[in-house]
Design a protein around this ligand. Structure first.
Ligand SMILES: *Cc1c(COP(=O)(O)O)cnc(C)c1O
Length: 364
């Protein structure tokens, strides 16, 4: 079997795949209502929130758009803190819907600097919201979201968080960190196929929502809330993916959030240690290296395209490449969701064979 080690879609347990073979049910009937309420309750525990949770039929990006259009109005000034591809995408979404985006870009591979964010908020008191990525999947860096939140709240800003590749895998206490809208996606840490975005909405976000004028129809949180009161989603949801998520969340609950977070930390450390033992260097600054994806710098003659091909064809290990300007500069190992020590050991031992074949000449 293939060892799929990209940062989403991630491998699904057999039980989860089996759940998707179940017959359709009435998505406005009592059985669906029970499943939806059960999923919502479980997600509240995993998001560590007492706020609202909605299931949207979308990939993660749909959830990001929902966060923007439900809380902002055209002309609103927003600070878009970006440390990679996905941070920049969040800013672009806001801009497309007419927000006045103030980009705050940091060097790729590094985390956002808290004092720089504070200064940006001091300089422009008109800023209404801060957009931020918790875990930047393109660079393998986890932002210090607790501190970013403290600064945003020091200035009383709305905080919209892309936690697509962190929630459920890396600790993110949504209420403690006062995140107003938090977004994740089923195909990342949730051991579920792509197709669902899960979002949390705080009281503060509802206040913003009541005044927000960006155009929205499919993503409207008011509709989502009204329908959830009846045990439904406003539009026909991906029923099979909901079955899958329900089964995956049973497994998550059984393992326990604290154990899952610890497993991700352990496996990520094994990935980083293994990479260093091969004479490679990490791309991300190690103090903020992600526990869900490890980015590795191409150095010493390494051809990453060739490496990924050899790994896939000869070792059945599928790794991620670099996105946009990191194409050819890095490769990435995904380790989120259903992942264990053996999966990483297999990656490292295959790399040991494949690296020299892909041009890498270790100095050590
Ligand atoms: C995967 C990912 C996205 C995009 O999600 P899609 O499901 O592909 O739309 C956005 N942000 C982060 C941090 C991600 O990891």
């Amino acid at each position: 079997m293939e060892n799929l080690r990209i940062p989403g879609p991630t491998p699904c347990p057999n039980e989860v795949l089996q759940a998707m073979t179940k017959q359709m049910i009435n998505h406005r009937g009592p059985e669906f209502k029970q499943i939806l309420y059960d999923i919502t309750d479980k997600l509240k525990q995993l998001f560590q929130t007492k706020g609202d949770i909605f299931l949207l039929t979308a990939s993660g990006t749909g959830g990001m758009e929902a966060a923007v259009v439900n809380t902002l109005s055209p002309g609103d000034k927003v600070l878009s803190v970006a440390i990679g591809v996905f941070g920049e995408r969040f800013g672009v979404i806001a801009e497309k819907f007419g927000a006045e985006v103030i980009p705050l870009l940091f060097e790729w591979g590094k985390a956002a600097d808290i004092d720089t964010i504070r200064k940006a908020l001091q300089d422009k008191p008109e800023i209404k919201a801060v957009l931020v990525t918790h875990n930047e999947t393109s660079t393998g860096v986890t932002n210090d979201l607790g501190s970013i939140s403290s600064v945003a709240k020091e200035f009383d800003k709305l905080l919209l968080v892309d936690a697509i590749s962190s929630l459920g895998s890396i600790n993110l206490p949504v209420d403690d960190w006062r995140c107003d809208v938090t977004v994740t996606g089923s195909q990342k840490g949730w051991m579920t196929p792509p197709g669902l975005a899960m979002v949390s909405v705080s009281q503060r976000a509802w206040q913003a929502h009541s005044k927000a004028k960006m155009p929205r129809f499919y993503w409207d949180f008011t509709k989502a809330k009204n329908y959830l009161e009846k045990g439904q989603t406003p539009w026909t949801t991906g029923v099979s993916t909901v079955y899958a998520l329900s089964t995956a969340l049973d497994m998550v609950q059984k393992e326990g959030l604290a154990n899952i977070i610890a497993r991700h930390a352990r496996v990520a450390k094994a990935a980083r240690d293994g990479i260093k033992s091969l004479g490679l260097s990490l791309f991300a600054e190690e103090s903020h290296a992600s526990n869900t994806v490890t980015s590795v710098a191409a150095s010493d003659g390494l051809d990453t395209k060739k490496l990924l091909k050899i790994m896939r064809e000869e070792h059945q290990v599928v790794l991620g490449g670099g996105q946009q300007k990191l194409d050819g500069q890095i490769f990435r190992i995904g380790h989120l969701g259903r992942v264990n020590d053996d999966d990483i050991a297999a990656v490292i031992s295959a790399l040991k064979v494949a690296l020299p074949q892909a041009g890498f000449r270790s100095k050590s």
